[in-house]
Write a protein that binds this ligand. Structure first.
Ligand code: AMP
Length: 361
């Protein structure tokens, strides 16, 4: 169990071995740490760049304990890890961020109540546990409204729009008749995100806001710094991130997805208690990128300087986009990042590219 900052050569464990774990592992190696990956798949993207990997399911308490006992600190790259697994790991090592960040963000109702409790605005919402709850929920949110599963939603999955009261039964069926949240429609002009880091001493540093475009519910492109953001909006984003980071007592990087309503008004859509796809632009455009920053926070090191030296457009390579790797590799404007996934599938994130430009203003 660590007390002071972890010295290089210490072992940092990562629960989850996808592309976020892989990029964290590479950043950790750069700072001299040995990175151990825990994932059910021994051939996962992160395991292939790590010092050691532990292949076992989340439910294998013995394996989680053995892994945790070997680590000086543990972090996670994925928010849907069972809270039980995380508490087993936390009992044997130093878990950063803590289980509270997961508990507050795994369930959309708990998450929105938490966001409102620290004085930050969201769309109106209501819990829906059965079809019979929908009329009262609609009365609260108005129409149109979006029905989402409370848990395990990602990349727009488990969601259905209700535009007229007649859509209610169909929407309930579409989301699989699971515990849900009904959200009022955010009349946003664009989607933004702020990626920030909080250190063990509670200081918070954020990168400039990114503007994000989704296609079929999956992030396609982030432009950062987001165009047309004045100092007041960036300051408001930092204020929101600080309130949420402090409220979670978070240590590490986290992302806040925002709806920009125009006129300086922001609503929080959701929080990711981890490094985030909308922060990938920082890898090539900033002094300290989100992956190094997360490792620094987990290790109890001072946070690095997030200031960008360039503007960037990050484009995800989804499914067979990755087949263009030769053309991308020969384009001098492109910084190519590939995740080492063995097979391209529709909707699967295979890599991303960053295209840099001089900073405006
Ligand atoms: P989420 O899974 O909550 O990130 O939602 C996926 C996408 O659906 C968001 O990026 C928005 O484009 C859209 N969306 C989610 N919630 C709302 C809402 N309450 N109003 C309007 N659009 C939404």
């Amino acid at each position: 169990m660590s007390t002071g900052p972890l010295a290089p050569g210490s072992v940092i464990g990562i629960l989850g071995g996808g592309q976020l774990g892989r990029m964290l592992a590479m950043a950790g190696a750069k700072l001299g740490f040995d990175i151990h990956i825990f994932d059910a798949d021994p051939d996962c993207p992160a395991a292939r760049v790590a010092a050691r990997s532990w292949a076992a399911p989340w439910s294998d308490d013995g394996a989680v304990e053995a892994f945790a006992a070997r680590c000086d600190a543990i972090t996670y790259e994925f928010e849907n890890i069972p809270v039980h697994t995380v508490s087993v790991a936390a009992a044997a090592s130093c878990l950063r961020p803590g289980a509270r960040s997961l508990e507050l963000t795994q369930d959309r109702i708990t998450e929105k109540r938490f966001i409102n409790s620290v004085g930050v605005a969201t769309v109106p919402f209501a819990p829906v546990d059965g079809l019979a709850d929908l009329p009262a929920a609609i009365a609260l949110t108005g129409l149109p409204a979006l029905l989402k599963t409370r848990r395990f939603g990602y990349d727009g999955k488990g969601q259905a729009w209700i535009r007229t009261p007649d859509d209610a039964a169909g929407a309930w069926e579409t989301i699989g008749e699971q515990p849900a949240i009904l959200e009022g429609a955010a009349g946003f002009v664009r989607e933004l995100s702020v990626v920030a880091a909080r250190s063990i001493d509670g200081s918070v540093k954020a990168w400039p806001l990114a503007e994000n475009i989704h296609q079929d519910g999956i992030l396609r492109q982030s432009t950062a710094p987001a165009p047309g953001v004045d100092a007041a909006l960036q300051a408001r984003a930092l204020e929101i991130a600080t309130a949420l980071g402090d409220g979670m007592d978070h240590v590490g990087v986290f992302a806040v997805e925002l709806f920009d309503l125009g006129g300086g008004r922001l609503l929080v859509n959701e929080i990711a208690p981890r490094v985030h796809n909308t922060g990938h632009w920082t890898m090539d455009a900033c002094g300290c990128d989100q992956f190094e920053q997360h490792i620094r926070a987990v290790a109890g090191w001072p946070l690095g300087d997030p200031t960008p030296h360039s503007a960037a457009v990050m484009t995800n390579l989804i499914g067979h986009d990755v087949d263009d790797w030769k053309a991308l590799a020969s384009d001098p404007q492109v910084r190519l990042h590939l995740y080492g996934k063995r097979k391209a599938r529709k909707g699967r994130k295979m890599g991303h590219v960053n295209r840099l430009a001089p900073l405006r203003g």
